[in-house]
Write a protein that binds this ligand. Structure first.
Ligand SMILES: N[C@@H](CCC(=O)N[C@@H](CS)C(=O)NCC(=O)O)C(=O)O
Length: 174
């Protein structure tokens, strides 16, 4: 039975999950909730289901895999990664993955705060000015290793990164 990934009809917090589902050739279907336009942002499509899905902490994204009902985007990523042995093998790899998981979340949050701010235009220059410094930390963390977690490549990585459907704009770290 395919898994169900529920989220808004945007990339947002679900996109890394979509990418991992694709990467792992998982069988899944999406439930994409439509949000109304500004200024009201009608959420009724989601709200009419929110408390009927049997989720312990009803939220978006959610993943339903048989009897497993999971919310929290990183918990979903972890669940899928564990299924496919993608959480690192050595303590060093696991530690680096944990650090990166949380660092990437912080990096995304910084961008989101600026993007959703009513002062977007005012905050944008300062955000952009600080960006190279923040990206340099990723570059230094990578160091001379070919991959962030170490020297083991994911089998399909390079082909996957060229999969234009998911990355309309390439992002270079470092
Ligand atoms: N920490 C949660 C945050 C989830 C969250 O804030 N979801 C937003 C969309 S990005 C939402 O609209 N949730 C629906 C709701 O609160 O009912 C996660 O990482 O999954």
């Amino acid at each position: 039975m395919p898994m169900t990934l529920g989220y808004w009809d945007i990339r947002g917090l679900a996109h890394a999950i979509r990418m991992l589902l694709e990467y792992t050739d998982s069988s899944y279907e999406e439930k994409r909730y439509v949000m109304g336009d500004a200024p009201d942002y009608d959420q009724s499509q989601w709200l009419s289901e929110k408390f009927k899905l049997g989720l312990d902490f009803p939220n978006l994204p959610y993943l339903i895999d048989g009897s497993h009902k999971i919310t929290q985007s990183n918990a979903i990523l972890r669940y899928l990664a564990r299924k496919h042995n993608l959480c690192g093998e050595t303590e060093e790899e696991k530690m680096r993955i944990d650090i990166l998981e949380n660092q990437v979340m912080d990096t995304c949050r910084q961008l989101v705060m600026v993007c959703y701010s009513p002062d977007f235009e005012k905050r944008k220059p300062e955000y952009l000015e600080g960006l190279p410094k923040r990206m340099k930390l990723y570059s230094e963390f990578l160091g001379k290793q070919p991959w962030f977690a170490g020297d083991k490549a994911l089998k399909k990585s390079s082909a996957y990164m060229k999969f234009s459907c998911f990355l309309e704009v390439l992002v270079y770290l470092g």
